[in-house]
Design a protein around this ligand. Structure first.
Ligand SMILES: *Cc1c(COP(=O)(O)O)cnc(C)c1O
Length: 443
């Protein structure tokens, strides 16, 4: 199909995510992608684009990794789908045991059985993985002697997904305000990534926990890295402090690792950077390597136990595609590729290059501020304009002319490439980002 025909049908019918559609229809010349391979996307005319963000942070092993494709095809040849209601299958049961075996704390002999993340609830994306965690926490307290515990503490700038529950615990005002009347009440505290340091945010967490110990069902965080807020990073000390504070009043810590999980930050899980074991941990994105929508919520044995007993104590929740065999088979293969290709070792070798490149850019290109890097993320801001600022989009255009797909977050220009991006492609990426920033910032 020709590019022009695809775009005509698109502009006639497709409503795009996070897109001002009037401006899009009037003026945007979208990329029209027909193929992908490794770190690259190819458009219908054969033009190649280096994917700087792993297609919204999911393609952590590059596009169309041959082993993942094979796992998908093989699974499709035997069992593409069956419900997980009164039924089980090898991919779902094996994956659950494998996730439990690598979960934070799994290798810590002293961790009590009740605190181990040994139970896995499947869903189909990051938002639902968070929704599940919220419902588990709320229902746990409702039926385990703390029925007033219905409020969550959440960080300013937090992004936890798109459902009303996930939006309620979100902290980006632009994404929340219009739905204000529909959202449930939460306790907002400042982001630990804000100037002034993590201690200020922690003091407010502590104060809220102490003021309302009977009301707080849990504290939900994106550990160490707040992605959608603009790749904001904070000290792992904050997580350790919050873990202690939640433990002191015996409430839950929920780690939303939908973005950070499986190596993005340089550790397998971002909570590992703080050596903290949460009560609930949400996974999606990297979990199925950009092949299938797939999510998982890991729960402690204690939380799981709180749903045993009479039938009305069960978690009455589940999506049609819960534990989908295609997604589960691909996710198992993702974990196997991490082992066999030493993906974490690759990250350890590449991360310093990203950090050095962003630091150099900020030093040599006027107008760039706050260079930062963590694992396989590098970011820098063009001033402080926030999500609706346009500077990042000018860099996007400049990068596109150089064959880079570099979607910004407002004035934040960042990269979050495949963790296994080849060295020469990483060089091409960093050089391209630098040249694009130089062109726009005029250095
Ligand atoms: C992307 C993201 C989500 C939502 O995941 P979807 O798969 O887009 O629903 C939730 N939490 C975090 C931290 C994310 O980055």
């Amino acid at each position: 199909m020709e590019r022009a025909d695809i775009v005509r049908l698109d502009k006639g019918h497709v409503w795009h995510p996070y897109t001002a559609m009037e401006a899009y229809i009037a003026g945007t010349d979208p990329l029209v992608i027909s193929r992908s391979e490794g770190p690259y996307l190819f458009d219908v005319d054969g033009r190649r684009y280096l994917d700087a963000n792993g297609s919204w942070w999911v393609s952590t092993l590059g596009h169309r990794h041959p082993r993942l494709v094979r796992a998908l095809v093989e699974q499709a040849g035997s069992l593409p789908h069956v419900s997980l209601a009164g039924v089980t299958h090898a991919p779902a049961s094996l994956l659950a045991s494998e996730l439990a075996a690598i979960a934070p704390g799994a290798d810590r002999a002293s961790l009590p059985a009740a605190e181990r993340l040994s139970r896995v609830f499947y869903s189909d994306n990051g938002s639902t993985a968070v929704e599940v965690a919220i419902k588990m926490a709320a229902q746990y307290w409702a039926q385990n002697e703390r029925p007033r515990r219905t409020r969550f503490i959440t960080l300013s700038g937090a992004f936890h997904g798109e459902t009303i529950g996930a939006t309620s615990v979100g902290g980006v005002p632009l994404f929340r305000e219009v739905f204000g009347p529909l959202l449930f009440d939460v306790v907002h505290v400042p982001s630990p990534a804000e100037e002034g340091g993590w201690e200020r945010a922690f003091e407010q967490v502590q104060a809220a926990l102490r003021a309302h110990p009977d009301e707080i069902a849990g504290v939900i965080v994106e550990p160490v890295l707040q992605g959608a807020a603009g790749m904001l990073m904070y000290a792992p000390d904050f997580l350790r402090a919050v873990r202690e504070a939640t433990r002191a009043v015996d409430t839950f810590l929920i780690a939303d690792e939908v973005f950070t999980g499986l190596g993005r930050t340089g550790a397998r899980f971002a909570v590992d950077l703080a050596d903290v074991v949460p009560d609930l941990l949400c996974l999606a994105k990297a979990l199925s390597g950009g092949l299938m929508p797939f999510g998982a919520t890991l729960a402690s044995e204690r939380i799981f136990s709180g749903f045993l007993g009479a039938p009305q104590r069960a978690l009455y929740y589940g999506h049609s595609y819960c534990g989908n065999p295609l997604g589960a088979a691909v996710a198992r293969e993702v974990l196997a590729v991490y082992r066999d290709e030493d993906v974490m070792g690759q990250v350890a070798r590449k991360a310093p290059r990203i950090r050095a490149a962003f630091e150099r850019m900020a030093e040599t290109i006027p107008g760039l501020v706050r260079p930062r890097a963590l694992g396989m993320v590098g970011a820098v801001d063009l001033g402080g304009g926030g999500y609706l600022a346009r500077g990042g989009w000018r860099v996007y255009e400049a990068a596109r002319r150089r064959g880079l797909y570099l979607r910004p977050l407002g004035d934040t220009v960042y990269i979050a490439p495949a963790l296994n991006i080849p060295d020469d492609a990483l060089t091409e990426l960093l050089d391209g980002v630098e040249a694009s920033l130089r062109e726009v910032a005029g250095g």
